[in-house]
Structure formats: C-alpha cells, structure tokens
Design a protein. Structure first.
Length: 129
C-alpha cells in the first residue's frame, strides 16, 4: 500500500456540500436582512418617540411661561387695586381664570402624552401582583 493514495470525494457528495453551503448562505442572508429591517424599524420608532417627547416638553414649557405671565399680570393688577373689594374681585377672577387655564393645559398635555401611556416600555412587567 502506498502512503500517497488519495481518496477521492465523489462528485455527488461535493454537489450536496456545495448546495448545503449555498442554502446556509441564503438563510443567513435572509436572517441578516430581517435583522437590518428590524433595527431600522426600531430606529424609526425611537425617533418618533423622541420627537413626541420633545413636543411634549416644549408644550409644558410654553404652559409654564403662560402661567408665570398670568401670575405677573395678576400681581400688577393687584398693585393697582385701590380697595379691598377690588383686591377680592381680582383674586376671584385670577383663581377662576387659572383653574380654567390649568384644566385646558392638563387636557392638552394628556392628549400629547397619550401615545406614551398606550404602550408599556419594553421589558416592563405589566402584571399586577
């Protein structure tokens, strides 16, 4: 027996191996395409949530500015009041206007925040104990 004897791989076996490699490559390419699509979709969702959060913060800041301005206007009117009755009327008007303003602001903020409350955060447990 010669040590140089080579065992040939039958062509059919090579064809099966090549076919298996091709199928595995195609399956992996499909998996990677799906993973890229999932990452892109998640990125778009994160971007949308960040935009909504940014809008919510801007709205809250605008409301805070409005409330501060209303407080200064009230203080300026009080400073000009000449009687206790004027002071009481101004105070009642301010409280009524501020209650209306706060209710409208709460409704607006609640509407903007609704998308955040609609879905639990990933990984959060919503089961009640």
């Amino acid at each position: 027996m010669a040590n140089d004897a080579k065992i040939e791989v039958p062509p059919e076996l090579r064809a099966i191996a090549e076919q298996g490699v091709g199928q595995a490559r195609a399956a992996m390419d499909g998996f990677m395409n799906a993973a890229h699509k999932a990452l892109d979709d998640a990125g778009r969702q994160v971007d949308a949530a960040q935009d909504q959060g940014r809008d919510l913060r801007r709205t809250a800041l605008r409301f805070a500015e409005d409330n501060i301005a209303a407080g200064f206007e009230f203080a300026a009117r009080l400073a000009k009041a000449t009687t206790v009755d004027d002071w009481a009327r101004l105070n009642a008007d301010y409280v009524k206007d501020q209650a209306t303003r706060l209710a409208e602001q709460a409704k607006a903020l609640g509407g903007q925040a609704a998308p955040f409350a609609a879905k639990p955060a990933p990984g959060s447990d919503t089961k009640k104990v």
